[in-house]
Design a protein around this ligand. Sequence first.
Ligand SMILES: [Zn+2]
Ligand SMILES: [Zn+2]
Length: 328
Amino acid sequence: MGVRPEGLYCKAGDFFIDPVRPVSTAFITHGHSDHARAGHVKAIATPDTLAIMACRYGEGFAQKCVELPYRQPIHFSDARVTLYPAGHILGSAQVLIEHGGARLAISGDYKRTADCTAREFELVPCDVFVTEATFGLPVFRHPDPQKEIEKLLTSLAIFPGSAHLVGCYALGKTQRLIAELRRAGYDKTVYLHGALLATTELYERRGIPLGPFAPVPKDRRSLAGEIVLCPPSQLADRWSRSLPEVIPAAASGWMQIRARAKQQRVELPLVISDHCDWPQLIETIHETGAEEIWVTHGREEALVHYCRKAGLQARALSLLGYEDEAGE
Ligand SMILES: [Zn+2]
Ligand SMILES: [Zn+2]
């Protein structure tokens, strides 16, 4: 296992995981665009992830697609590869590679918090654990998502004449937010900016019921007292000012940083993340039983430092091409 310019590479099986450039064989952990890129000869992923890629890039995004359901091993020369749920978004997977008696697990993006739009994270015991570290600093502690939803519903009750516009990413966060609203008992129609429709419809087609949602109507006045979701980039756009007495909100793990909320002109920050917070990262690292930890995209140094202090071998992989995932 090693790092090449294209990404994480398994020499024993001659394949890449989430490569950032076109390669001959790629395992894709999940559908977010920095992990799932078009143009590979062969793309291997869960059926949901392949459906997401086809929805975003069009059919033919790879020359050949191989559906690999969770827990079904596939062999590449001497290497055996199995996907396990990562709990991040619909279809998201961890990749376990077994070779020469050693087990190496790549987490992809993951979280341990319950989320009915993604299969629950499954712990994969391993010798080497490759973990993401998007929120890899001790200051990051994600609150209970239902508490954040309560903030939104309380604001709706106090300001019934205001459209509550929530910025959230099209894949994963939008559907999670709707699901959390339903869990809190909100059964009204949720209005969606056009850019969020295709992925939300896809979730429903893939068996995740989200209740009534509809595109934003032409007559914006009817949106007083309603919840409207849009991509984060639209929050500060002229479009948002066409909504009645709009209250800008955003759902993201980054909302716990006040400066980020301010920068995006967010008045109602909702800390809802699809990544592990610091305690979840630490817990998972220990639970895997791995003696060696490789840390990738995010705040690598702090987690590497923690692991070494805990007596584990650790290194930062410094893979290039993965974004800061503002949407998380
Ligand atoms: Zn992701
Ligand atoms: Zn990521």
